[in-house]
Design a protein around this ligand. Structure first.
Ligand code: GDP
Length: 385
């Protein structure tokens, strides 16, 4: 504070309320050296300023109503996005698309509740006689829409976490070699001795913009060796949990391909490996199999492009998708409250269930505001005018 120049930079001033956080914000652009930063931070802290905590800007933006909770979460997803599809999903959520979608349900539910409350509070007033049926019908419609949204195969959540692909097949078929090819690096130990991959090895890749985690599993073979048995169990679990499986077999032993029939067909691609060792792969192999050589790389691009197509088909979506377990839980609660309301014996109990459902929906966007109800009652019905 002795008038020394600390650095040469410039200051951007974002006046409230139009800044990201909604508050007055000054941004200092400095030369990035550690010494310059340390000097400026020290000078600022003498003025009583401190470093922001993780997520503090977004948190303030939420508290100042610049973002809803979904958008705040989308900021975190955007920062963490590693592939193009993840970036797009986060941006859609940040744009407020998902929030708008959920608020649409909240608005309809608020209206339903308002009508029901009106029927309870003003039984003598003239209300449409069919209101009871209408409330039931609309509740049923809402439950249907929410449940449909919930049965999306966890697409959005998977896109955030990575789509799981398991490489399965008999020992020595070349699974580890294929994983290495895919990873374009030595991620798995390959060995001519059967049963050497005793654990599950994972490689995260960006496949045509989609985050994909490819797991190499131990040969699907039961054995008396205790470690190998554990490897087998893990391989089975991983293969069962996977979104898509690559069943690899040795092209010289086409009968091995039969092992693939134990797995659900559309999510299991058949891969005939080691075609460099056989003379006429077209004649000897099942036509649906992708002929490849993990050794020479032949056919691997075609396989990956088919795999990318399959992933894209399953995960791209026009409608907004659920992206977090938190939202799923709140929606499940909302749906179950709505379902319960359908069998409620008294209008007061039904209203309570609708209120619970509304609160669950409100928790997703961070806006639980039941006061709105009164406005709607008086606007829609003009009771007591
Ligand atoms: P895994 O047990 O299924 O994981 O099989 P590995 O990847 O360990 O491969 C078993 C053996 O087959 C190793 O000796 C590999 O070098 C060999 N191998 C794997 N893929 C090919 C291939 O496409 N062509 C040839 N000629 N050999 C291969």
């Amino acid at each position: 504070m002795n008038g020394d120049t600390l650095d040469d930079g410039f200051v951007l001033w974002f006046p409230a309320p139009k800044s990201f956080t909604g508050e007055d914000v000054a941004e200092l652009h400095l030369h990035g050296s550690r010494a310059a930063l340390a000097a400026v931070i020290q000078a600022l802290s003498r003025l009583g300023l401190r470093l922001a905590e993780p997520g503090e800007f977004t948190r303030r933006a939420f508290l100042n109503d610049k973002l809803d909770l979904l958008q705040a979460e989308a900021v975190a997803d955007l920062v963490a996005a590693e592939t193009d599809a993840q970036r797009r999903q986060a941006l859609r959520q940040l744009d407020g698309e998902l929030g708008g979608f959920y608020r649409g349900w909240s608005d309809r539910l608020t209206r339903l509740l308002a009508h029901l409350e009106a029927a309870i509070d003003f039984p003598d007033e003239e209300l449409p006689p069919e209101i009871e049926t209408r409330i039931l019908d609309e509740t049923m419609e809402l439950v249907g829409e929410i449940e449909h949204h919930l049965t999306d195969g966890h697409r959005g959540e998977k896109l955030r976490a990575g789509i799981m692909v398991a490489i399965i097949g008999p020992p020595n078929a070349g699974k580890s070699s294929l994983l290495n090819r895919i990873a374009r690096r030595e991620a798995a130990i390959t060995s001519p001795i059967a049963g050497t991959t005793r654990d599950v090895i994972e490689v995260a890749i960006d496949l045509q913009g989609y985050p994909v985690v490819v797991a190499d599993t131990a040969g699907l073979r039961n054995s008396s060796d205790a470690i190998e048995q554990e490897g087998f169990r893990r391989a089975m679990r991983r293969a069962e949990e996977a979104d898509i499986r690559l069943f690899v077999f040795d092209a010289a032993h086409p009968a091995e391909a039969r092992g693939a029939s134990a797995w659900p067909e559309p999510e299991t691609l058949l891969v005939a490996n080691k075609i460099d060792l056989i003379a006429s792969p077209e004649r000897d192999l099942p036509s649906i199999a992708f002929p490849i050589s993990a050794l020479t790389g032949e056919g691997v691009d075609a396989l990956l492009s088919a795999l990318g197509g399959r992933v894209g088909q399953s995960y791209c979506s026009e409608a907004p998708v659920l992206t977090r377990a938190r939202h799923r839980q709140a929606l499940e609660e909302a749906a179950s409250s709505l379902r319960r309301s359908l069998s409620a014996t008294l209008p007061e109990l039904r209203a309570e269930d609708l209120r619970l459902a509304l609160r669950s929906l409100g928790r997703i966007t961070g806006a639980v505001d039941v006061e709105d109800l009164l406005d709607i009652i008086f606007r829609d019905f003009c009771i007591g005018k």
